[in-house]
Write a protein that binds this ligand. Structure first.
Ligand SMILES: Nc1nc2c(c(=O)[nH]1)N[C@H]1C(S)=C(S)[C@@H](COP(=O)(O)O)O[C@H]1N2
Ligand SMILES: [Mo]
Length: 526
């Protein structure tokens, strides 16, 4: 192995140990204060909107994993350079680690869980990195220039006349590639063990235990029973199980909110500011409703949409108690991590089942989906209504406040567009000639779906069969029997909502207020 390669690997190993150990320290100081999640979080909050949209469109719900892996790869490249530089000059190496520490500490300070010890994970990690790098460099194969040679046999103040000539400097370690590789392996092993161990400890310390202890209140009104036939075989499940429910948010690690200290403050342009605790919230009348949640980033044909049974208290009743002042046309919702969204006050008060939700499909909200409390509003995209980990509601004006996504290029107001999707067959699938069942979902929350039509090639539009549904607030499944003939065919779908409006054919990208256009697939019949 070339010496510089060894030094580079030593740098990467030192960085890995720093990152790993910092995860353990961060169990105590807050999981977001470890350097990798901290820097990743700063990146999320500061990348220009289009770059983030690109991330979501390419990686979808895996955008955060992609970001962490990306940050890790960048750090590895940097650390490799620091290792090589340290070989030339130890000071340069120290400076490299110092820069890492400065960036890590600065990023950690900006995280919502940053306490007085937010700097600790990075500093401990960086100190260990110095030690590991030194240790490995010393054994990378050749003496390190900055190292003082040990003079063997040089006794006394200096060679006197007739004294034996000074022995050649020897280095304390001879090249031993195997020994070096072994140390390298130990360093990477320790990094992995501490990194995963730290995350594991953090998750055990997390609110999982508090969540397991939650006993959901019995609703004043249960949801209407699911009629038979809401589900078309081969189509996405009508109710999305929690574990499969799409997740979109800006939180690298979901905020851990302890219900015992949770409070919701309703303030701003109101006559009567209110603060309620978790216990008080659970005392309020609760209702259960099926509502389909959709992300504005969902492309035509995409799967950033899901339907669940939510348990919560109508937000309208709380708002009425607070008494919005005239002109307060925006209800700003703020999460513990500072994320905000804004919904029109008129929409939250118009009688629809807009909920301050505590339950999802019969369980307390999963941590990823906003435990302990979130908003769910039928008919508005998530980024303007579905605040997870909510702790604050501020009555304001649209002209006075722009929520999180607005300066990033998204609209202040975004009602869900009428859309439809073909789930079966999949795009590019092949089928035998004969009767082929085509099926999918269509949605126009709070307006409802009145008609779905399918078009094969350039034939006239044919009306599909609508499955049963519980309310206008959920998606609706549909099916269509297609007499398929040999050849390649194009299938398209369009829906008409409860107001009589047919989904537009005009294609639009997700930004600034939701994608539109007809979902179109190709099917091979042979
Ligand atoms: N605190 C917080 N709440 C949030 C978000 C967020 O980034 N932070 N993202 C919103 C967006 S864009 C969507 S689409 C929905 C998604 O909710 P889900 O992850 O439960 O599906 O949550 C909304 N609530
Ligand atoms: Mo979203």
């Amino acid at each position: 192995m070339k010496l510089s390669v060894g030094a580079g690997l030593a740098g990467v190993a030192a960085a890995a140990v720093a990152v790993g150990v910092s995860e353990v320290v961060a169990v105590a100081s807050g999981p977001l204060t470890a350097p990798l999640p901290a820097v990743g979080g700063v990146v999320i909050d500061n990348v220009p909107g289009p770059v983030k949209d690109f991330g979501v469109s390419v990686f979808g719900v895996h955008d955060k994993t992609a970001l962490i892996v990306g940050t890790g790869v960048l750090l590895a490249i940097y650390a490799y350079g620091v290792g090589v530089a340290a070989l030339r000059s130890w000071r340069l190496g120290l400076a490299g680690i110092g820069l890492f520490a400065v960036i890590g500490v600065a990023a950690a300070q900006t995280r919502h869980d940053a306490g007085v010890f937010a700097w600790l994970p990075t500093v401990v990690g960086a100190a260990l990195a110095v030690w590991v790098l030194r240790l490995l460099l010393d054994r990378a194969g050749e003496p390190v220039p900055a190292q003082t040679p040990v003079l063997v046999g040089a006794g006394g103040p200096g060679p006197g006349p007739g004294a034996p000539p000074p022995a050649a400097p020897v280095t304390p370690y001879v090249e031993d590639r195997r020994y070096f590789l072994k140390l390298l392996g130990i360093a990477f092993g320790a990094a992995a063990a501490t990194g995963f161990g730290g995350r594991w400890l953090a998750s055990r310390r997390a609110v999982t235990a508090a969540r397991n202890d939650v006993v959901l209140p019995t609703p004043r009104q249960t949801a209407p029973p699911l009629p038979a036939g809401v589900q078309v075989p081969g189509v996405t499940p009508y109710i999305s199980p929690n574990k499969d429910f799409y997740r979109i948010d800006t939180a690298l690690i979901p905020p851990q909110v302890d219900p015992s200290t949770w409070q919701l403050r309703i303030h701003g342009m109101v006559r009567n500011p209110i603060t309620i605790t978790w216990a008080q919230l659970l005392q309020r009348p609760m209702i259960e409703r099926y509502v389909t949640l959709a992300c504005v980033s969902n492309e035509v044909g995409g799967d950033l949409i899901g339907n669940a049974l939510w348990l919560g208290t109508p937000i309208r009743e709380l708002l009425e108690e607070a008494g919005p002042l005239p002109g307060a046309d925006q209800v700003v919702q703020r999460a513990v991590d500072g994320w905000t969204c804004g919904s029109p006050t008129s929409v939250l008060m118009d009688g629809r089942d807009a909920l301050l939700a505590v339950g999802m499909n019969g369980e307390p909200l999963p941590v990823d989906h906003g435990f302990p409390v979130r908003m769910v509003v039928p008919g508005l995209y998530g980024y303007v209504s579905a605040c997870k980990w909510i702790t604050e509601i501020e009555l304001s004006r649209f002209s006075d406040f722009d929520a999180y996504w607005v300066p990033r290029g998204w609209s202040q107001q975004a009602p869900i567009k009428t859309e439809s999707r073909i789930d079966t067959p999949r795009d590019g699938a092949s089928r035998k000639p004969g009767r082929v069942v085509v099926g999918g979902v269509a949605w126009a929350q709070h307006r409802g779906i009145d008609k779905v039509e399918v078009q094969v090639d350039d034939q006239p539009w044919a009306t599909a069969t609508l499955a049963a549904t519980v309310s206008s607030d959920t998606w609706r499944e549909w099916s269509f029997e297609w007499p398929a003939t040999a050849g390649e065919h194009r299938l398209r779908v369009r829906a008409t909502d409860g107001s009589g409006a047919t989904q537009t054919s005009t294609p639009a990208p997700p930004a600034p207020d939701g994608a539109s256009g007809w979902h179109t697939i190709k099917v091979q019949v042979e």
